[in-house]
Design a protein around this ligand. Structure first.
Ligand SMILES: [Zn+2]
Length: 326
């Protein structure tokens, strides 16, 4: 398939798994269009028109023409200059790499990562937190992420891809949507009652089983777990899988989850010390599934969707493990 088709398929799979649903995405895109149309004519040139059809600012083609043939891709969780040089070395040795795919955003997609976080307010509102509160607690965190990215040299990898002549794309929230929906559906379908039930379902996924061997596996935080016996007795209440929306959310989310929703257990990729403390204070269980294995699971589900009817050779690197489900 061509690079543009590969990318559009990834967008479609990401949208089909988006926690806002298609109506929520269309409402978001309509807001983007209103923002664009309200601009003065001479300011419209600075607006990234991809925003009118692509709801994910952290998912972009970073280098390469739309009509590049894509039969073999190299995928990594982080794809920096080192991985790009690695791809080039492999090509020198005769390997085929038509496209390098980063999970974590680079270039424009990294600089605009904070914009994706807006979807977190919609997710919290669906759980029962008033949208005004959800937007209010998210706002300071969103601006913190925006400022944090400012200090980074965010075009470095894209510049390297251009020099090496390597087509390059990043697929972030589209993959994180996949892992979030997959795990949330799994817990809802199986009707988990205790922490042991949650852990057993996660461990049944090959990505998490593999991660345990690397020491980056599951962790249960926010409760003092002294034995398996305890995990089988601690009830979870409603489970909230929070793995999409750019990056970690507001620390105040845990307080609002405790007062406005039935959520008793948070399942995430990672959690900051500050957020963990607030979760503990509000008696919310925290299960950390692991960052790299959760990113791998999301990428695997995404690529299964993208390649459903077409063969694509995948070389995995940088913490990513390819496991096919279909
Ligand atoms: Zn990640």
């Amino acid at each position: 398939m061509k690079l543009r088709e590969f990318f559009d398929r990834a967008l479609a799979v990401g949208r089909a798994n988006d926690p806002r649903g298609e109506d929520g995405i269309l409402a978001y895109l309509a807001k983007e269009r209103r923002t664009y149309e309200a601009l003065a004519e001479d300011a419209k040139g600075d607006f990234d028109v991809d925003r009118l059809n692509n709801p994910y600012h952290d998912t972009r083609i970073l280098n390469g023409a739309d009509d590049v043939d894509v039969k073999a891709i190299m995928v990594g969780i982080d794809f920096e200059v080192g991985e790009l040089v690695l791809a080039d070395r492999l090509r020198e040795r005769g390997a085929q790499v038509d496209l390098c795919v980063a999970h974590h955003p680079e270039g424009y997609a990294l600089a605009n990562l904070y914009r994706v976080m807006e979807m977190q307010a919609d997710v919290l509102a669906k759980l029962g937190i008033p949208i005004t509160v959800a937007e209010g607690i998210l706002d300071p965190r969103l601006h913190e992420v925006k400022r944090r990215v400012l200090v980074q040299n965010h075009t470095r990898a894209v510049d390297a891809a251009k020099l090496l002549g390597l087509p390059f794309a990043c697929l972030h929230t589209v993959a994180d949507n996949c892992v979030t929906k997959y795990l949330q559906d799994l817990f809802d379908r199986e009707g988990v009652e205790t922490l042991a039930d949650v852990v057993a379902l996660l461990k049944a996924q090959p990505e998490y089983a593999e991660a345990k061997l690397h020491g980056s596996g599951l962790q249960i935080l926010a409760r003092s777990i002294k034995s398996e016996y305890n995990t089988a007795r601690i009830r979870v209440g409603e489970v909230f899988v929070d793995m999409t929306g750019g990056t970690g959310g507001s620390k105040w989310m845990f307080e609002k989850l405790a007062t406005n929703t039935n959520v008793g257990t948070f399942v995430g990729m990672h959690v900051s010390e500050e957020n963990l403390k607030i979760a503990k204070d509000n008696h919310i269980n925290v299960v950390i599934a692991g960052h790299a294995p959760s990113d791998s699971l999301g990428l695997n589900l995404l690529l299964d969707g993208v390649t459903a009817d077409e063969k694509l050779e995948v070389t995995a690197c940088s913490g990513y493990e390819r496991v096919k489900r279909s």
